[in-house]
Design a protein around this ligand. Structure first.
Ligand SMILES: *Cc1c(COP(=O)(O)O)cnc(C)c1O
Length: 395
């Protein structure tokens, strides 16, 4: 037997964290790493946040799980808070981002098909990432996620990201809606333009289409707004959120307006675990911390500082870095060559965790409560890493 007990679908590295303290991870062998990856935009309050930890501990000891067949005071409370703080009128809770996107796709189709319309097709955008289920890989044009899994789910049409004319031209009699990340995450921290987001909203209104946003990565205060679409001053009809929303507890949600959710009636959708009391305790605790102007303003401030520090630093290494893009504390450093080697070098030789993304981009996704001192340490480690990095020979 050569297969590993953990199914070998990830290229796991030698760093083996067993404990976390704020923005730091401590590995099995005692080494410490500054965590500017945050479990890929998940641990927005850092590791071991006292309020989140206490809420989960208390709820675990009180009531962990009950079926969605029963009334849910915990779920009603969190759903009401999401309704109060976003565009949405109604929420479906999931355990992951992909499930939140699945629910969003179902809701967009059901919006039409519950009213005697056959419309089913969702227009999506190139280099998008929506998850790893069959529907969500089908929603992305990325072939590396398709290989070996055919046939894909039909009903998706891919258009160039940020290409409004392309999106318009793709609309046909079967089109049900658009599915788009306002800021592509895995695709390389690429923010959509203002014209594109506004244009999609207008097209959706004009053609009675659902504007579905995937804010699984860019949502939950990451950009300094509770949700990234607020930066564009537009509202979706349906939105998927996850990653940061549980602060590390597996939780996602599909948010919708009352109109958009007209097809999602009793019996149409469900989840055994989705929104159970333990998950709701985590979500409520995260919302206690992040859903206020002071917290969001601070994300903006720290994001500006981090970005300015990176911009100043990368000028010293024009052969390695090309620029910075992103919003708030969702930043991407564009590199002149594939980033994976450099990410590994920072991790193994400098105790700094970042994440590679498409388009030769190094993703910087720190906890949202980072300090000035942690930003300084990040820049020190990044500088040291750039100074002693030996670029692999081009193949
Ligand atoms: C991570 C991610 C997903 C999938 O979330 P999972 O929790 O891994 O299922 C979907 N969309 C975007 C934009 C993501 O970044």
């Amino acid at each position: 037997m050569t297969i590993t007990p953990l199914m070998p679908v990830y290229p796991r590295c030698g760093f083996r964290p067993v404990r976390g303290e704020g923005a730091w991870l401590i590995s099995e062998d005692g080494s410490r790493a500054l965590d500017f990856a945050s479990g890929i935009a998940v641990n927005i309050l850092g590791h071991g946040h006292p309020h989140l930890t206490a809420a989960i501990q208390e709820q675990a000891a009180t009531l962990m799980h009950v079926s969605n067949l029963y009334g849910s005071p915990q779920g009603e409370k969190f759903a009401q808070r999401l309704v109060d703080t976003t565009f949405a009128d109604t929420i479906f809770f999931t355990n992951s981002g992909a499930e939140a996107v699945e629910c969003a796709i179902k809701a967009a189709r059901a919006y039409h098909q519950s009213q005697d319309s056959e419309r089913f097709e969702i227009i999506t955008f190139k280099n998008a990432f929506h998850g790893r289920t069959m529907a969500t890989i089908s929603a992305s044009n990325q072939e590396k996620m398709h290989h070996g899994f055919s046939p894909l789910l039909s009903g998706f049409k891919y258009v160039e990201f940020d290409d409004l004319d392309g999106a318009k031209a793709a609309i046909g009699p079967n089109t049900a809606g658009f599915l788009v990340e306002p800021i592509q995450g895995e695709g390389g921290v690429r923010p959509a333009s203002q014209e594109f987001m506004e244009g999609l909203r207008d097209l959706a209104d004009e053609h009675d289409l659902m504007l579905v946003l995937d804010e699984v990565q860019c949502g939950v205060a990451r950009t300094g707004k509770l949700y990234a679409h607020e930066l564009y001053d537009i509202e979706p009809d349906i939105m998927a959120t996850a990653k940061g929303i549980g602060g590390g507890f597996p939780l996602g949600a599909c948010l919708a307006t009352e109109k958009a959710a007209r097809g999602m009636v009793v019996g149409t959708h469900g989840s055994t675990y989705g929104g159970n009391p333990l998950a709701m305790a985590a979500g409520n605790a995260v919302w206690d911390v992040v859903a206020n102007d002071e917290f969001l303003e601070n994300v903006r401030t720290m994001g500006d500082k981090l970005r300015a520090a990176i911009e100043q630093f990368i000028g010293n290494y024009p052969d390695l870095f090309e620029g910075v893009r992103g919003e708030g504390l969702m930043l991407g450093i564009m590199m002149t060559h594939p980033t994976r080697g450099f990410v590994g070098h920072l991790r193994d030789n400098h105790g700094l965790l970042t994440v590679a993304a498409g388009d030769d981009t190094l993703r910087v996704l720190p906890p949202l409560n980072i300090t000035d001192a942690e930003i300084s340490t990040f820049i020190e480690k990044l500088s040291a890493g750039a100074a002693d990095y030996v670029q692999p020979e081009a193949a």
